[in-house]
Design a binder for this molecule. Structure first.
Ligand code: GDP
Length: 373
């Protein structure tokens, strides 16, 4: 948008460059709202009027620019990750960008894990994984923003580590950042303080500042889009099937070597070689898992993709990148998961090893990891 005599080019709330084209991107303002005085972007408008954060996204470069600026402040960084897509939702290199600022890692959506799972073990697992990724965290807190579980612990962690500093909330898309921020706003903020005076000095930051009672702020940043997450590649409709909405009921398959399991037409898990053993599949229960023989798998896919093997449906198949193969050797004696970002994971039997091949849309992160459960 170009600046005109009558309309400002920046949001009077957060300072972002205004645009009237894309409602899912930062700086969006409906054209009609340009007539208001002052002009604020839709995100600031919603926070101000409805106490509600909204989900906006930016690409990696923009996001890293923003993170770098956090490095120049004295803040507490709250990084929200999704336990269902831990490796996919973790911001890589976060520590490098935010300097010496402490990080609280809030692990959301724990309601998706089977009820019997020991939470201390999950916390230990998260701590180990974070450390491996070079992320030093002052605390790991498990919660479910949707079901309001563990939220008091989140608040306690913020109080303990904040020391009067601003709180930057960062995360990739769909981790539940808006859901959590909205709870924070309700419990923490003093919205009588006008958002309109919270512009950053001299920058166009895509962050929204929410004043809290002691003069500091919670700063909501846009979600970073990682294309290595299958959830970013599928259509909105298929996303509903991919993202579990309630406790996952794992499905156990006793497989002989040379058997395959299809996750709809989204991915395929081949047990290529090894002793007969059980594999436990953790994925959305809205997704159909289909077993077949490895010899028949290619043909089955060609003949039934988009129909028996769905999602995606026939018309959406071409929107996904073509599959690539990932060969994974699971060592004997290790507790391992084969993890497919955004789709879930398969826990292998600890006693015997296995040769696995995963077929997944090109670019999707597929790795072997220490078992989560
Ligand atoms: P954002 O993109 O990070 O701001 O994420 P949203 O807050 O918009 O949430 C993304 C999706 O995750 C929505 O479908 C939410 O309903 C869902 N969600 C958020 N928090 C939780 C949670 O604690 N548990 C579960 N199961 N789903 C959640």
């Amino acid at each position: 948008m170009t600046e005109t005599n009558t309309h400002p080019s920046q949001c009077a709330g957060c300072g972002v460059k205004l645009q009237t084209e894309r409602s899912d991107k930062v700086g969006y303002v409906p054209a009609a709202a340009l007539e208001r005085d002052p002009v604020i972007c839709q995100r600031c408008f919603r926070i101000k009027n409805y106490n509600e954060a909204s989900t906006l996204t930016v690409d990696q470069n923009e996001f890293l620019r923003l993170l770098n600026q956090v490095g120049n402040t004295k803040s507490l960084v709250v990084h929200i990750v999704d336990i269902f897509d831990f490796e996919g939702s973790l911001i890589s290199g976060l520590q490098r960008f935010i300097g010496g600022n402490p990080v609280v890692l809030v692990v959301n959506k724990i309601d998706l894990l089977p009820k019997l799972v020991n939470h201390n073990k999950i916390v230990n697992w998260v701590q180990r994984q974070a450390k491996e990724q070079g992320l030093k965290v002052v605390e790991v807190v498990l919660c479910s923003a949707k079901q309001n579980v563990g939220f008091d612990r989140v608040l306690a962690a913020l109080d303990q580590h904040r020391n009067g500093r601003d709180i930057y909330v960062v995360g990739s898309t769909n981790v539940g950042k808006s859901t959590l921020i909205n709870r924070l706003i309700r419990d923490y903020s003093d919205l009588d303080n006008e958002l309109t005076v919270s512009q950053y000095p001299g920058t166009t930051l895509d962050a929204v500042r929410i004043p809290i009672d002691d003069g500091s702020s919670i700063i909501d940043t846009p979600g970073i889009v990682y294309e290595h997450r299958l959830t970013e590649l599928v259509t909105k409709k298929d996303l509903q099937k991919l993202m579990p909405t309630r406790e996952i009921k794992p499905i156990v398959f006793q497989l002989n070597e040379r058997q395959s399991i299809f996750f709809g037409a989204l991915a395929r898990f081949d047990f290529v070689q090894g002793e007969r053993q059980s594999f436990t599949f953790y994925a959305s229960n809205a997704l159909d898992l289909h077993r077949t023989k490895l010899e028949k798998a290619d043909q089955l896919y060609e003949e039934h993709k988009g129909e028996l093997l769905a999602p995606p449906s026939k018309e959406d198949l071409d929107k996904l990148p073509k599959w690539t193969k990932h060969a994974i050797r699971i060592p004997r004696g290790g507790q391992k998961d084969v993890y497919i970002s955004g789709l879930g994971w398969v826990k292998a039997n600890a006693e015997v090893g296995a040769e696995i091949v995963v077929h997944a849309p090109k670019g999707v992160k597929v790795i072997m990891r220490e078992s989560l459960i």
